[in-house]
Design a protein around this ligand. Structure first.
Ligand SMILES: [Fe+2]
Ligand SMILES: [Fe+2]
Length: 361
């Protein structure tokens, strides 16, 4: 324990220093004037302060008021040394946060007893603070591990869905990245946008229940097949529902709502306006943007410009107008994500081609 001692009387200061030296594992930091303490304060480190009340320029209370301005000393227990038995002085000291008094002339036995009490109190406080800090770190670590596991589950589920339809797995990752960009521009907190990015890849997980004849069909779906395909939203939500994981709950919400429309003409529940969760309203735009800018069995890929125009034109009917505005602000980021993905796909194709021609040669 380091104990700050401040007394302008050198005899008293020597006595206090000697008495502190007698306390078990305590060290004195002795100062003869408040000015000296104040200039050394930023570098000092102490657990208890014992301050003379009557000093020139600053009195003890004024000095302590300055000391506790520093956050690291805000909780430091202070004892004032006073010859004054005057009630006003003692009240001022108590109001300043004094935990005890020592009366001059100092009685060594009284000093030992009183200061030893404060030292024990400061030790207990420090132990508690250490324990609280340890617990906080443990909780942080457990939460981090839990999040890692949740993310792994999502990743593996997305991988599983990718075996059914390889295009789906790239599509879901792009949709996740677009959604995060839109969410940030919409003004959602960073943590929520991060959660949407992690949960969005499962928006089409219900497609695992679709027959291959429908899911992988080359060409347009019939009316009956289209209705069958629509079931993927509810099925996906059911697969992910009732989980204790907040990420899977969010993924379930997104799966259920990413085909709802702002005007109530969507599916599966024909929700409209803000009754559609914000996650669903955002992923809906990202999903449509990606579906339009990529080639599908029933249509070629649209250009970036044509797709943007299409989405802007549907603000207030198919899409939430505020989300469309956020989408428009996020366009530079969205374009970068799209181009990056295309570059990666091209490089992947080149590698496959090189490997194949190597085999042929
Ligand atoms: Fe979908
Ligand atoms: Fe999708």
């Amino acid at each position: 324990m380091r104990i700050l001692l401040v007394d302008d009387n050198s005899t008293n200061l020597k006595l206090l220093t000697k008495l502190v030296g007698k306390l078990e594992s305590c060290e004195a930091l002795a100062f003869a004037s408040p000015d000296a303490v104040l200039s050394a304060l930023p570098e000092l480190d102490f657990d208890i302060a014992i301050i003379d009340y009557q000093m020139p320029v600053y009195n003890g209370v004024e000095l302590f008021t300055e000391i506790v301005r520093f956050e690291k000393y805000a909780q430091v227990p202070v004892i004032f040394v006073t010859a004054d038995k005057d009630m006003t002085t003692r009240m001022a000291a108590l109001n300043a946060g004094a935990i005890d008094f020592l009366t001059k002339p100092i009685n060594p036995v009284e000093f030992q007893a009183r200061v030893q009490n404060i030292v024990s109190l400061a030790r207990a406080r420090r132990q508690l603070a250490d324990q609280a800090e340890w617990l906080r770190r443990e909780v942080d670590r457990a939460v981090f591990e839990l999040r890692q596991r949740e993310q792994e589950i999502i990743h593996r589920l997305t991988l599983a869905a990718g075996y059914k339809d390889p295009e789906t797995s790239r599509h879901t990752l792009r949709v996740a990245a677009y959604s995060e960009a839109i969410g940030l521009e919409y003004g959602l907190p960073e943590q929520s946008c991060n959660d949407i990015r992690l949960a969005a890849p499962m928006h089409d997980i219900g497609k695992v229940a679709m027959p291959d004849t429908v899911l992988l069909k080359q060409g347009r779906l019939t009316e009956a097949e289209y209705r069958q395909m629509q079931a993927h939203a509810q099925i996906g939500s059911d697969i992910l529902a009732r989980s204790h994981s907040s990420l899977l709950q969010l993924a379930s919400e997104i799966a259920a709502s990413h085909h709802e429309r702002w005007d109530g003409q969507g599916y599966p529940n024909r929700l409209s306006g803000t009754a559609i969760p914000i996650s669903g309203r955002i992923v809906c735009i990202a999903d449509n943007f990606d579906a339009l800018t990529t080639e599908r069995p029933y249509k070629p890929a649209w250009s970036f410009e044509r797709t943007v125009e299409h989405i802007l034109g549907r603000a207030g009917t198919q899409f939430d107008p505020d989300c469309v505005a956020a989408f428009e602000r996020a366009l530079p980021k969205i374009k970068a994500i799209m181009e990056n993905d295309r570059r990666e796909q091209l490089e992947e194709a080149e590698r496959t081609l090189a490997a194949l021609s190597g085999k042929v040669a």
